[in-house]
Design a protein around this ligand. Structure first.
Ligand SMILES: [Zn+2]
Length: 237
């Protein structure tokens, strides 16, 4: 299969506000009375609910890849956290049917003005960049935010998402790695859901609920949301 030839990599995030409002995951859940609970399987939203990018999704063509920069994690936990990330990505791959493969570690720098992780070489297409960062690298990761995720590139004409980025606060991950791993599993699932193009869910039954908890499996709404993001693989992709 080919990757998109028309490199219209439109930066998706129309405004910083979109990221700040949509993609933050705070560690301390407030006391929430959920107003109107949708049916569990319908409890999902799109990262781009309206506007020109509404309806954006990933092509089902094989070969979506992801890499991670784990250099800022303390020695000894990188392998474990990469395995947890891979497990989270694997759940989304299974739920969506998308072919998403780990392509190794690589050094990435964070462009805080564009919410992008930037590799040293040519950026890949149909690729997701992940990194563990301190707030001094990614100011939006200041407490209480522990993760940010979003689609990063969309081909405007076809509304095909061809890139994504997620970052995790390294200090939080280091603290929770040994004593509270389910919160990290939840964090990874949540942010990768944003990468794929999901917004927030309204009930705690789904990992896309906006505050972190110990849910470590996708809910029915997450799963139907994942399926809703997949577009047929065509030659024109
Ligand atoms: Zn979120």
């Amino acid at each position: 299969m080919t990757v998109p030839q028309r490199r219209v990599g439109v930066l998706v995030l129309a405004a910083a506000l979109a990221v700040a409002l949509l993609a933050m995951l705070a560690p301390a859940p407030p006391a929430v009375a959920v107003p109107v609970s949708p049916a569990p399987a319908d409890d999902h939203t799109a990262f781009f609910p309206d506007g020109t990018l509404a309806g954006s999704g990933w092509s089902a063509c094989p070969g979506i890849t992801w890499t991670v920069d784990a250099r800022r994690l303390p020695d000894g936990i990188e392998r474990r956290e990469i395995r947890r990330l891979a497990a989270a990505v694997g759940q989304w791959a299974e739920a969506s049917g998308l072919d998403i493969r780990f392509a190794g570690e690589e050094p990435l720098s964070y462009d805080a003005s564009r919410y992008l992780l930037v590799p040293r070489g040519t950026p890949r297409e149909r690729h997701v960049y992940l990194a563990f960062l301190a707030p001094r690298h990614a100011p939006l990761l200041a407490s209480p935010v522990v993760g940010l995720g979003n689609p990063s590139h969309v081909i405007a004409e076809t509304r095909q998402i061809v890139g994504g980025v997620a970052v995790f606060r390294s200090g939080f991950v280091a603290d929770a790695s040994g004593r509270d791993p389910d919160r990290l599993r939840n964090l990874y699932l949540h942010e990768f859901g944003h990468v794929l193009g999901l917004g927030h869910a309204r009930t705690t039954a789904n990992v896309m609920y906006p505050t972190i908890d110990q849910r470590v499996r996708l809910g029915l709404g997450d799963r139907s949301g994942a399926r809703s993001l997949v577009r047929p693989c065509t030659v024109a992709q």
